[in-house]
Design a protein around this ligand. Structure first.
Ligand SMILES: *Cc1c(COP(=O)(O)O)cnc(C)c1O
Length: 466
């Protein structure tokens, strides 16, 4: 058997039989290390087919299977076959996207993909910049660096210490914590982050924001950037983008929308209204490796200020081939990365294989499953505590609120059985609740039934043993 036949067989089998695979099999670091070291010690040369089989078995036995239809987890999706094929082609040809002239095909395949998605976001494609990133974190980092270059041109040379008034980035308790790392990486420091309270729906309280900005201006601080989230990690909330765009305009702050997960809503006719205002953003983060169902890592960064992008990332070393013409750009000199993988090919191939309509049908299916989950939970006596049109449901139970059981104990029991994966989260710094997100286009009503049965089973057992 050739290596490719074996990989083909493995992928067909895994995808076909995934429902019979445990979603989760808890394992200790000690055990997994022993298993690996007993099989592979780098002294014996392992024939490649055997190696592929051995590694596939390890991955299959000791992973939380995020592509599983009963993984109700963080935003990790089931992946399209086109996405898998694209990643294989990328590894085969290993195109170097750092500069345009090394890989005209891959660079242009990415460009048409980004333009298509930028149009869906409502951006003026003649007047913007976009690139693929490793993920949302890199896209958010790009946003802060470009915003700095835009607002404080002197920083390029003199560093953030040259900024006279303390620059502030406004976000909320529900914003993604990549901004904490970015505050450190950028040299701004975490003191630059202002956590504004959320409303009872766990989204940006715009009145509290305007009040806070007024105070900061009076105290000689600089409202530098407002970060809205479209699809928060904990509760899937979408901040009021239009109002936040207004506040940003009023105070001259950079308006960034972190739509890492929720950005896909712009493709869905019944949902795009929830993102109204996103086209006013100065920059946008959108991850294809979340709701667009391609393998990790594929983030996207969109920005309306080409000149600021150039200021943030331009470099002109003698060892890189010269730029081809004004119509093209060299990613090494316009983005965080240097050597660059063809990240966008899996998005291109997914869109090309399914067509936009086909992709939208996958999204709509998952959104419908989110509604089914809400209905079924309520019917079983659970209480829904978040408020979003996206397929993410946070829920609790009187037994949890009255402290007869905890989410932690119930989750332990659920993971032990391995039929589903779901998590818990503290929403709005208030209470610890269950969090279930539909992230698989394979999830069916029976899978949702299974989720409810598993949690109910754990809850009843825990109550009985009181
Ligand atoms: C996932 C996520 C991020 C981080 O993106 P990565 O792709 O994991 O780097 C940032 N913001 C939000 C809202 C996210 O959902």
């Amino acid at each position: 058997m050739t290596i490719w036949e074996e990989i083909g067989r493995l992928s067909r089998q895994f995808r076909k039989e995934i429902r019979s695979v445990r979603v989760v099999r808890p394992v200790s670091p000690k055990v997994i290390r022993e298993v690996i070291e007993s099989e592979f010690d780098f002294t014996r040369a392992v024939p490649l087919v055997e190696l592929v089989q051995g590694v596939a078995k390890l991955l299959e036995d000791y992973s939380i299977h995020v592509t599983h239809p009963r993984y109700f987890g963080l935003f990790n999706p089931s992946v399209t076959e086109a996405g898998i094929a694209a990643d294989a082609l990328v590894a085969l040809y290993n195109p170097q996207l750092a500069n345009w002239s090394h890989s005209p095909a891959a660079n242009e395949l990415e460009r048409v993909t980004l333009l298509h998605l930028a149009r869906a976001l409502g951006l003026d494609v003649n007047n913007m910049f976009a690139n693929f990133t490793t993920g949302g974190s890199e896209a958010n980092l790009s946003a802060v660096l470009v915003a700095l270059a835009h607002k404080y041109p002197q920083v390029a040379q003199d560093g953030v210490a040259a900024i006279q008034r303390q620059p502030l980035i406004y976000l909320t308790t529900e914003s993604h914590h990549s901004f904490v790392k970015i505050a450190r990486m950028s040299g701004l420091g975490t003191r630059s982050l202002v956590e504004v309270p959320v409303t009872s729906s766990f989204v940006f309280d715009t009145e509290a924001l305007a009040k806070r900005i007024d105070e900061d201006i009076r105290a000689q601080r600089d409202p530098f950037m407002i970060v809205a989230t479209a699809g928060t990690t904990a509760g899937g909330g979408i901040d009021p983008l239009m109002k936040l765009a207004d506040v940003s305009t009023k105070f001259g702050a950079w308006f960034h929308v972190d739509a890492a997960w929720g950005g896909a809503a712009c493709l869905v006719p019944g949902l795009s209204a929830a993102l109204t205002g996103i086209s006013r953003a100065d920059s946008i983060t959108w991850d294809a490796h979340k709701f667009l169902s391609v393998p990790m890592g594929a983030g996207m960064f969109f920005c309306r200020h080409r000149e600021a992008v150039r200021r943030a990332f331009a470099a002109t070393p003698s060892y890189m081939p010269p730029r081809v013409d004004q119509e093209t750009f060299d990613p090494y000199s316009a983005t965080v990365q240097w050597s660059r993988r063809a990240i966008g090919l899996k998005v291109f191939m997914t869109l090309a294989e399914l067509g936009t309509d086909g992709l939208v049908r996958l999204l709509e299916h998952q959104i419908r499953m989110g509604d089914v989950l809400r209905t079924r939970l309520r019917a079983s006596g659970w209480i829904i505590v978040n408020d979003t049109v996206l397929p993410l449901v946070c829920f609790t139970h009187p037994d949890i609120r009255e402290r007869r059981v905890t989410t932690t104990n119930l989750l332990e029991a659920v993971y032990d059985r391995g039929k589903i994966w779901v998590s818990d989260v503290v929403l709005g710094a208030k209470e610890r609740v269950f969090r279930a997100c539909i992230t698989s286009f394979w999830t069916t009503e029976e899978d949702i039934e299974c989720l409810i049965n598993e949690i109910e089973h754990a809850r009843r057992n825990a109550r009985q043993s009181l």
